[in-house]
Each structure stands twice: as structure tokens, then as C-alpha cells.
Design a protein. Structure first.
Ligand code: SAH
Ligand code: SF4
Length: 358
């Protein structure tokens, strides 16, 4: 049996140079290869024309740029493209290309599935398989980049998985995006369920990335029900950590607020957000619930309920935005397309039980 080829995706130019250490020109070749892989989204060694022919043959025989395969490619009526990818093991994860007038953004996954068990989330309901490697994360970006002529300038980690549970690989990805692809850290957003120790760790990195917290309720009794993580790090503690993050890094954080009818969209909860976020010039991004069969009867609030919730926050001087719905016809919301493929692809493990707040 032929030995498996070594994967280059995920390696930086120093690591690439180590692979070719027996060559005098290792550094130069590593720089060229890194440019082809990351800045040009090139997977084919034959198209890396500035490399010597014999070296290209050596690369073809021993290495593979990317192991990623596309299981499904869907395009919505509003030009959103969604890929379901895997590395040949049928553990699929999703990424989405989001073209806007002024920029092209993308939404990437950090894990196959997610162990956090949020009760409204298709990914969470599907369980957890594994962390993605840096190569598999940046590989999503590169696949999406190769779908468009426009430059993919913005990245959000809002696909499958909890990025801060896979912090090491996510940090490596950020470094590659910044140093090799040339993306601005300021155009990269990490969304987290609210893992306090990891938020503190990320603050120490002091990268000018954008951090968003999935808050979803100012009340522990409601957030407990929606997000088991709240048992461990309740509302005040996690919001306090976000404030510290903001003070340390000087980067404004934002809050994501999913609206589920009569669960967390009540005037009482809108009012409770006001003192909680006092003194933070932050944005709250409202996200009306995308229907997922949660078994809990969750539903999406009507426009009027969303408007009423928004009005209370705005009257108190908070900055509110609403997520513009894109790619609805191809189920481009968190976890949905992979959810549809469950029977075919998913091999999910049982999620670890979360520690309960003492
Ligand atoms: N694990 C991270 C990032 C991935 S989820 C996090 O939870 O923040 C990205 C966003 O999608 C989160 O704000 C999450 O709460 C939201 N989301 C999950 N399920 C959703 C649904 N059914 N409808 C709308 N938003 C959803
Ligand atoms: Fe995981 Fe985020 Fe879904 Fe919660 S909302 S289960 S943290 S992906």
C-alpha cells in the first residue's frame, strides 16, 4: 500500500521550510509554496510555475496541499454559497460564503459538531465528533475564496463548533490568515458561547480581532435552559470577563442575542439587559431564531415582537443591529445543512456532560 502523502495545508513557512531542509533553497521554496497555498488558494502543484520542475515532481509524489473534499455545494437565490466539506472520513462540517456590496465575508467551522449542547442549535443537538485542525479551518476559507473573483476579506467563526474549545488550532489559523493570506485581524470575528478561562487566555494574546459573546439572555434561569455552559459561568461572570477583555485589548466586544418567542424575547429581559451592559458602548446583534426541531417547541418571534424588544434597548441608548437573513433557501444558519445530512454522514460521539455550577 502506498504511504499516505503529507498534508501541507496548515503549515506556516517556517514549518514548510523544515520539510525541505535538505535543499539549499528551502526558505525560498517554502515562501513560494506558502504564497501559492494561502494567498492564491492554489491546490495544484503543477500550477506553481515558479517552482523548479524536479521539485514540483517531488512535491506531487510526496505531498498533498489539501485533503478537503466537498460533499455538497449549494447556492442560494441571494448568492450565498454553502459548502459541506470533509477529509474523506465523512465527518462533515460547513462553511458559507457571504457576498455583500462592499465586502465578501465567510462563516467558518472550528469543530465537527459541538459539545456545548445549546438547546436551540442544530449543531449542538447533533453532538460532537472532533476539533478541526488549522489546515481544515483555513482550508474552508481557501475553498470559498476559490469560488469567487472578489477578495474574501472578512471571516466569522460562526459555523459549527465552539472556537474557544479549539483555541490552539484557531490561533494558528488566525496567524496564517494574517501572515500568509494577508487578512486584517480586525476583519476576523470569533463568536463564543462564553468560556471564561479561554476568553482570558485569548485576551493575553492581545490580537486586534473582534470577539462576540452569544449572550441570549440576561437572566441565569433562562440562559441556564438555553445554554448548559451558563451553569458553569453565569451571566454576570461572563459579561464581566468580556468587559475585562475589552479593557485589556482595547477592542470593542459585541453581544449576539438570539430571539426565541416567549422564551428570551420578553420586555422583562430587554430591560434586564440595560443595567447588565451599562457603560459598554457595544453593539447587540439580534438574531431571530432559525427554526430547528429542538423538541422544546421553540419558535421564531413575529416582527412586532422583535421590534418591541429592539425599541426598549434603543430607548436606553444601546446600539442594536439585526442579523440580515441570508441564504435562507439553502439553510445557511448555524448547523442546519450538516443537520440535514446526519443520516448520511454524521458519526457523532456523545457529548461530555458539563460541570454543574456549585
Ligand atoms: N459556538 C459559537 C459560534 C458558533 S454558533 C457560539 O455559540 O457563539 C454561531 C451563532 O449562531 C451563535 O450566536 C449561536 O447562538 C447562533 N445560533 C445557533 N443556533 C441558531 C438558530 N437555530 N438560529 C439562529 N441562530 C443560531
Ligand atoms: Fe455549540 Fe455555538 Fe451551537 Fe452552542 S450555539 S451548541 S456553542 S455551535
Amino acid at each position: 500500500m502506498a504511504t499516505a502523502k503529507q498534508i501541507l495545508l496548515g503549515l506556516d513557512r517556517v514549518e514548510l521550510a523544515e520539510l525541505f531542509a535538505d535543499r539549499k533553497d528551502a526558505k525560498l521554496r517554502a515562501k513560494q509554496i506558502a504564497h501559492h497555498i494561502y494567498a492564491r488558494a492554489e491546490r495544484d502543484f503543477d500550477k506553481m510555475l515558479d517552482l523548479p520542475g524536479e521539485f514540483r515532481e517531488h512535491l506531487k509524489a510526496n505531498f498533498l496541499v489539501s485533503p478537503l473534499e466537498v460533499a455538497t455545494h449549494k447556492t442560494s437565490t441571494d448568492e450565498v454559497e454553502k459548502l459541506l466539506v470533509h477529509r474523506g472520513d465523512n465527518q462533515v462540517y460547513e462553511c458559507v460564503l457571504l457576498p455583500y456590496k462592499d465586502r465578501v465575508s465567510c462563516c467558518l467551522s472550528s469543530q465537527v459538531g459541538c459539545p456545548m449542547g445549546c438547546t436551540f442549535c442544530a449543531t449542538g443537538l447533533g453532538g460532537f465528533d472532533r476539533n478541526l485542525t488549522a489546515g481544515e479551518i483555513i482550508g474552508q476559507y481557501l475553498l470559498l475564496q476559490s469560488l469567487t473573483e472578489r477578495r474574501l476579506s472578512h471571516v466569522v467563526f460562526m459555523g459549527m463548533g465552539e472556537p474557544l474549545l479549539n483555541l490552539k488550532n484557531v490561533l494558528k489559523t488566525l496567524k496564517l490568515m494574517h501572515e500568509e493570506v494577508g487578512l486584517s485581524y480586525r476583519h476576523i470575528t470569533i463568536s463564543t458561547v462564553g468560556l471564561v478561562p479561554q476568553i482570558k487566555e485569548l485576551a493575553k494574546e492581545n490580537l486586534p480581532i473582534h470577539l462576540a459573546l452569544s449572550l441570549h439572555s440576561p437572566l441565569d434561569k433562562v440562559r441556564d435552559r438555553l445554554m448548559p455552559v451558563n451553569h458553569k459561568w453565569p451571566v454576570k461572570e461572563v459579561v464581566g470577563t468580556m468587559k475585562d477583555y475589552q479593557n485589556t485589548t482595547g477592542r470593542k466586544v459585541t453581544f449576539e442575542y438570539l430571539l426565541i418567542k416567549e422564551v428570551n424575547d420578553t420586555p422583562e429581559q430587554a430591560k434586564a439587559l440595560i443595567p447588565l451592559l451599562k457603560g459598554m458602548p457595544n453593539v447587540i446583534n439580534l438574531i431571530p431564531f432559525n427554526w430547528v426541531d429542538t423538541g422544546q417547541g421553540f419558535s421564531r418571534p413575529e416582527r412586532e415582537r422583535v421590534r418591541a424588544f429592539r425599541r426598549i434597548l434603543e430607548e436606553a441608548g444601546l446600539n442594536v443591529t439585526e442579523r440580515v437573513e441570508r441564504g435562507h433557501d439553502i439553510a445557511a444558519a448555524c448547523g442546519q445543512l450538516a443537520g440535514q445530512h446526519k443520516g448520511k454522514f454524521a458519526r457523532r460521539g456523545i457529548s461530555e456532560p458539563l460541570p454543574v455550577r456549585s
